[in-house]
Design a protein around this ligand. Structure first.
Ligand SMILES: C[S@@+](CC[C@H](N)C(=O)[O-])C[C@H]1O[C@@H](n2cnc3c(N)ncnc32)[C@H](O)[C@@H]1O
Length: 244
């Protein structure tokens, strides 16, 4: 994200949402646009009215064994890989950037039309912080925040989506033994994440040696942004946090 974009005034959507950065990219081709419009209503959902909890089981046709939540999924590469590996899990993805959402929706549409989709992904195209507030206690078994926007300028650090408040939300949403996975390639955000995580007593850091945060665990698929970061010579770190 460029400095110009990060300096842009916050955009208010419907009064209570605050979404920074891009929401729309290049225009979709007419064919993709029409496919997107057909499929998004099948896999998308809206936030409930304020103060009404959202039971994740109600988002899926049949109850799932557990529910995993990824916020800021980008083009959905990581989410899609996990969803194919775990048809028994209900995946909830949140991403306000519509071009990224379209990529995941097309993957779902292609797989569903080929008869190879477990119908286990639901998408919210909104500010993830609103969903974190709407979900009930202990309703999410695993969470992911991968390569969030870095907001590198000191005066913009407060916009970072990993912060004391969202970590408290995650601690409420995850049951004991639940796991939160964070990653970033930005050294200052690495320090920031660890500082905030270590200050939240409800999380324990699952790391014994440096390889545990320097190498992506085998059951943790790559994300699109991560691949770009590594290709550019940056060194991501991967944090697995256990809800105590
Ligand atoms: C640097 S990208 C990383 C995308 C993806 N996680 C990956 O690793 O490829 C950060 C993403 O977070 C999304 N994002 C920013 N603010 C958000 C918010 N309030 N709620 C949900 N997603 C958000 C952006 O639209 C963007 O797609």
């Amino acid at each position: 994200m460029s400095d110009d974009e990060s300096a842009a005034a916050p955009r208010k959507v419907f009064g209570r949402r605050l979404i920074y950065g891009r929401r729309r990219g290049r225009k979709l081709s007419p064919t993709r646009e029409s496919r997107f419009e057909t499929w998004l209503p099948r896999v998308g959902f809206a936030l409930p009215p304020p103060d009404r909890p959202l039971d994740p089981a109600t988002l899926f046709g049949a109850p799932k064994q557990a529910y995993w939540l990824e916020i800021g999924f980008g083009d959905g590469t990581h989410l899609w890989t996990l969803a194919q590996q775990h048809p028994e899990i209900g995946f909830i993805g949140v991403e306000p950037y519509l071009h990224g959402v379209a990529k995941l929706v097309m993957r779902i549409a292609d797989a569903a039309e080929a008869g190879g989709y477990a119908d286990n992904i639901r998408i919210l195209t909104d500010d993830a912080r609103l969903l974190l507030k709407a979900l009930p206690d202990a309703s999410i078994a695993r969470g992911f925040v991968l390569f969030p926007d870095p907001w590198p300028k000191k005066r913009h650090n407060w916009r970072r989506i990993v912060n004391a408040e969202t970590l408290a939300d995650w601690a409420r949403l995850l049951p004991p033994g639940g796991e939160l996975r964070l990653a970033t390639d930005v050294p200052d955000y690495q320090r920031w994440m660890l500082r905030h995580v270590l200050a939240e007593p409800r999380f324990g850091w699952l790391a014994e040696r440096s390889a545990d945060w320097r190498q992506r665990p085998a059951d943790w698929p790559a994300s699109k942004y991560e691949q770009k970061a590594i290709a550019a010579g940056r060194r991501p770190q991967y944090y697995r946090l256990r809800r105590n």
